[in-house]
Design a protein around this ligand. Structure first.
Ligand code: ZN
Length: 152
């Protein structure tokens, strides 16, 4: 299936409201299932590492990416929304002056790329383009107030 997040056909909801709900639910679900993934995969017992973060991201991606609705446009926006928490982590990392990650957490840029590339083309490119667009929208404020920018 090819993501088509620009298509909205619904008798029950306005396109704008559907976009908002689908995107926000995708972001919320990604965070929720990332944390649930840590619990279900026993990560609390083995401790933090970049590997377990990628595993939890992949768990969340599988849940969000396989949760279909009867509206393919909403599905596309849910998937795009799922990338937003990772983009926001990249924005925060840029502001903190640490875009290279840490021993326990991979660089946010790598997490965004892994998330997008876990989908087949052309969806991977679409997700990455949206993620880069969201990051670019943050750059004027980052540049003005913190003299930094984020690139994905
Ligand atoms: Zn985590």
């Amino acid at each position: 299936m090819t993501l088509a997040p620009w298509i909205f056909l619904s008798r029950q909801s306005s396109p704008k409201k559907l976009l908002h709900l689908a995107t926000v639910s995708g972001a919320q679900d990604f965070v929720y299932y990332h944390e649930l993934g840590h619990l279900l995969m026993g990560h609390l017992a083995i401790g933090q590492s970049q590997r377990v973060e990628f595993e939890a991201d992949q768990f969340a991606r599988l849940v969000v990416g396989n949760t279909h609705t009867d509206n393919e446009g909403a599905y596309g926006w849910r998937v795009v929304g799922a990338a937003i928490p990772l983009v926001l982590l990249a924005v925060l990392a840029a502001k903190a002056g640490n875009s290279s990650g840490s021993p326990t957490h991979p660089a946010s840029r790598e997490r965004v790329l892994a998330f997008a590339r876990s989908f087949k083309e052309p969806n991977a490119s679409l997700i990455l383009a949206y993620a880069r667009g969201i990051a670019a929208a943050c750059n004027p404020a980052l540049e003005r107030w913190w003299n930094c920018r984020v690139t994905l």
